[in-house]
Design a protein around this ligand. Structure first.
Ligand SMILES: Nc1nc2c(c(=O)[nH]1)N[C@H]1C(S)=C(S)[C@@H](COP(=O)(O)OP(=O)(O)OC[C@H]3O[C@@H](n4cnc5c(=O)[nH]c(N)nc54)[C@H](O)[C@@H]3O)O[C@H]1N2
Ligand SMILES: Nc1nc2c(c(=O)[nH]1)N[C@H]1C(S)=C(S)[C@@H](COP(=O)(O)OP(=O)(O)OC[C@H]3O[C@@H](n4cnc5c(=O)[nH]c(N)nc54)[C@H](O)[C@@H]3O)O[C@H]1N2
Ligand SMILES: [Mo]
Length: 756
């Protein structure tokens, strides 16, 4: 079975990277995607329902909608692509699998797999078979529950979750896992914002952001660090544009000058489309990969040295300032300049701007969370905000920009391999299910467990674990070592092809589709990046009559399991007939959801409580916001070595590849490419036309990925960028962030050699 997509024959076509984001090209691109996939009328209808009060939540990202005026679809090119991709008219049925063996399918590209259309009926890949065959839902539930019941220990089962899962489905999923007796609930968050959750919980007592969208209009200064909003959170550009109009300044800190941070033309505003667009970033700091902790530490030094700090806030609300101040005794600017690639004078300049701003928001995403020292880096950025009293004040705070549209909600409702005692006791009270106290596996630990044979059944609520995880070859061995792997999915991906001895596909309804149970139309709810919970209701006709909703798949699994291993006391049927009942259980279990069923029916939804934001209350060990002092680190390369980051192109949604173009970066027709500084290309003595191999060496083990093309690009020397998931086979499984165990997808040391 091919674990990675096939290699590419031809180099990509290169042009200049775009000067501005969105505008007319975005509209044309949306038209192409939407109209070819779901037909003209279909896509117009579908797109008009995105993020409307009575429509569905956009599956594109977790950026919120403006409070009170979520009246018409906020247009976004990449949201539209995600929607069109789900509402495609193409279908995969049983004859597709009869025609194509699993190994022949695995020779196709990820884009081709996704392009085959929606999965329409439950399928079984029986042991030793080459083809998936149709199976009834009942038989599928029966096989899964009997495999589970045969395990010697509940911890041999692993329940993975991807972040599109609604609150209702996620709550039922964790209930099923815990009812079975395990906390093995790894989720995509382990590879994503886990570092943010860990760092923020320790520093300020909540693992989430503390700003609302309205704060963007009130901020003096917004730092966008390690994030590419033009591609991954396009609606954030509107918020940044508005922030600028309201007088705020924007600074981007990124090894690449991403197009979205240069200029933006709002695609719904005809004057902007034709005009020259709004400059977004006032200043751009082209930092070396992983130089951020040292940068913010140096900024903090300057702020303290020059007394640009808020003494009242520090003495009333924080802990550890004196130790923090003392930690700056031997600061070495030469080392700082080497690590960051930014001059002392520019850093001091930035520190002055920070010190003089009345309200500062720091936004970040994967450029910060996927390094060995991600938790320390985030805590250093929090230190910066604490010095100026920039938490719990209008126009100020932390803003970890979430990825998957409900990844934050999934954690809130219990997808957590390390449940807190309070959660365990509340869950027992509300449902009668006693969760084990011992921690479960996160994503990396799950792979180790499957490799060693102590993880035997892998069940996946959405997602594409094989391709999303680091170290693709090991993950493949891990999955193949399972007795059974189960994918609850909408679209075909590589995790359906690299499987356990037996494999089952359970096709489910997507966000855009009507979900009708015997008690009528159901809706679900989600939590966005700013802690607002709101409803999402699909309106499209389901892709097939056979599809079940995610909550109903979980409830059926629960029911079948009860029949084999004994009654859990949960009335699974009742719960999936009417999601209000699931929401009642969530309300009884999780603080902040009071009156859930009524409040979720209000147009804009409701904010979950956020103590640092609401009242400067910090539920930390000290009861105050903590200045944290961490050892300073950065990943620097030695001679002939590069620091590699793995990033998203403009035409992909995580492991779903829409095309092999990356419009903003000027790439056409190629994904196996290495963005490299032109001078590094020159000094490597490799002609840009030849193909190269990439090798990572970690703890003495070499991993090599073949057949890549060099692309000259404005990226700091010694740094390179490749695309995820193609480069994941190079990321060592045990190369993880301290404290959060997140794979270091943005910090991989590699060598480049000419392909023979
Ligand atoms: N269209 C689209 N939208 C998406 C997704 C998608 O795949 N496609 N994915 C969703 C998900 S799950 C997520 S988590 C988000 C991801 O959103 P992003 O975090 O924006 O995604 P990445 O492409 O990983 O981009 C990381 C950015 O960080 C920069 N960077 C890398 N290393 C460093 C560093 O050491 N320091 C600094 N300062 N910058 C660095 C890179 O140059 C790049 O601009 O997007 C979500 N939205
Ligand atoms: N090297 C590297 N690796 C990374 C990253 C990186 O930046 N670099 N980013 C990491 C991040 S931030 C994340 S979040 C993970 C993403 O990891 P995952 O969430 O596991 O991966 P996705 O590619 O988002 O999953 C796509 C699949 O989800 C299924 N799906 C889509 N919609 C639905 C739905 O509504 N219901 C169900 N049940 N299934 C659905 C489809 O079958 C689709 O093929 O990847 C991580 N991996
Ligand atoms: Mo993510």
């Amino acid at each position: 079975m091919r674990k990675i997509p096939p290699l590419e024959k031809n180099p990509p076509l290169l042009s200049k990277s775009s000067k501005s984001a969105a505008g007319l090209p975005a509209i044309i691109s949306t038209m192409n995607h939407g109209f070819t996939k779901s037909g003209i009328i279909g896509s117009l209808k579908t797109l008009s329902r995105v993020n409307r009060f009575h429509g569905f939540d956009c599956p594109g990202c977790a950026w919120p909608d403006p409070d009170g005026h979520r009246t018409f679809a906020e247009f976004c090119e990449n949201g539209a692509k995600a929607v069109a991709d789900e509402s495609t008219k193409k279908r995969i049925n049983s004859s597709f699998f009869a025609k194509n063996s699993v190994s022949s399918l695995s020779n196709h590209s990820d884009q081709w797999l996704n392009d085959q259309g929606r999965l329409t009926e439950p399928m079984l890949l029986a042991e030793g078979e080459e083809h998936y065959k149709p199976i009834t839902w009942n038989d599928a539930f029966e096989i899964i529950s009997s495999e589970l019941s045969e395990l010697e220990n509940p911890n041999e089962a692993i329940f993975y979750t991807s972040g599109r899962t609604s609150n209702e489905a996620a709550f039922m999923w964790q209930l099923l896992a815990r009812r079975f007796g395990t906390n093995n609930l790894p989720d995509c968050s382990n590879m994503c914002h886990e570092s943010s959750g860990v760092a923020l919980t320790d520093s300020i007592g909540i693992g989430k952001g503390t700003v609302t969208l309205d704060d963007f209009n009130k901020a003096d200064l917004i730092l966008v660090v390690g994030q590419n909003p033009g591609t991954n959170h396009p609606r954030m550009l509107t918020a940044l544009r508005d922030a600028k109009r309201a007088g705020g300044s924007i600074v981007s800190i990124n090894p690449l000058t991403e197009t979205g941070m240069r200029k933006f033309k709002h695609p719904q505003n005809p004057l902007e489309i034709l005009g020259s667009g709004t400059e977004i970033a006032d200043e751009h700091f082209q930092i070396n990969i992983n130089g951020d902790q040292i940068l913010f530490n140096a900024i903090n030094h300057h702020l303290i040295q020059n007394d640009l700090i808020d003494h009242d806030f520090i003495s009333e609300y924080t802990n550890g300032f004196d130790e923090f101040r003392k930690s700056f005794s031997n600061i070495n600017w030469q080392e700082i300049e080497n690590a960051t690639g930014i001059s002392e004078s520019r850093i001091r300049n930035l520190a002055e701007i920070i010190g003089k701003a009345n309200s500062i928001i720091i936004c970040w995403a994967m450029g910060i969370t996927q390094h060995r020292n991600s938790v320390p880096t985030i805590q250093e950025m929090v230190n910066t905000l604490l010095l100026g009293g920039n938490i719990g004040r209008q126009g100020a705070g932390v803003c970890p920009v979430r990825g998957h549209s409900n990844v934050q909600g999934d954690r809130t409702v219990g997808i957590n391999h390390k449940p807190k005692e309070d959660f365990i006791s509340r869950l027992e009270k509300s449902t009668g299910i006693k969760s084990p106290n011992s921690h479960g596996y996160d994503a990396v630990e799950s792979v180790h467990a499957m490799l060693s044979g102590s993880g035997k059944v892998f069940l996946s609520m959405g997602g594409n674990f094989l391709s999303a995880m680091s170290d693709t070859n090991l993950v493949s061995d891990a999955l193949e070592n399972c007795n059974l792997t189960v994918q609850i999915s909408t679209k075909l991906n590589r995790s359906h092809l690299v499987t356990g001895r037996k494999a089952i596909i359970l096709p489910c309804l997507g966000r855009t589709e009507l979900d009708i149970s015997i008690s009528g139309n159901q809706f679900v709810s989600v939590e966005n990046s700013m802690g607002i919970v709101h409803s999402s209701q699909g309106k499209n006709k389901p892709a097939s009559k056979e599809l079940l909703s995610e909550p109903s798949i979980v409830c059926n699994l629960g029911k079948f399991l009860d029949q084999i291993i004994g009654d859990s006391g949960i009335n699974w049927d009742q719960l999936c007939e009417n999601y209000d009942r699931i929401r009642d259980l969530i309300e009884d279990t999780i603080p902040g959801f009071n009156d859930y069923n009524n409040r979720v029916r209000i147009k804009e939804g409701f904010y979950l409580p956020n103590p640092p934001r609401d009242s400067r209350t910090f539920n930390t060990d000290s009861g105050l916001a903590n200045f944290r002092i961490n050892k300073l680190e950065n990943l620097s390369s030695s001679e002939n070595e590069f620091v590699m980051m793995t990033i998203r192109s403009h035409d992909q949604y995580n492991t779903t590849i829409y095309s092999s173009n990356d419009r903003y970066r000027g790439i056409k027709g190629g994904r196996r490419i290495i963005f490299m500084n032109p001078e590094d290309i020159l000094s490597s003595n490799i002609s840009p036309d030849s193909k190269v191999n990439i090798t990572s060496i970690f703890r003495g083990v070499k991993r090599t990925s073949k057949s890549w093309h060099l692309v000259p690009y404005q990226i700091p020397r010694g740094n390179i960028a490749t695309y995820f998931p193609e480069a994941n086979e190079l990321i060592p499984l045990d190369s993880v962030a301290l404290g959060s165990n997140t794979p270091t997808s943005k910090s991989v040391l590699v060598r480049i050699t000419k392909e023979n």
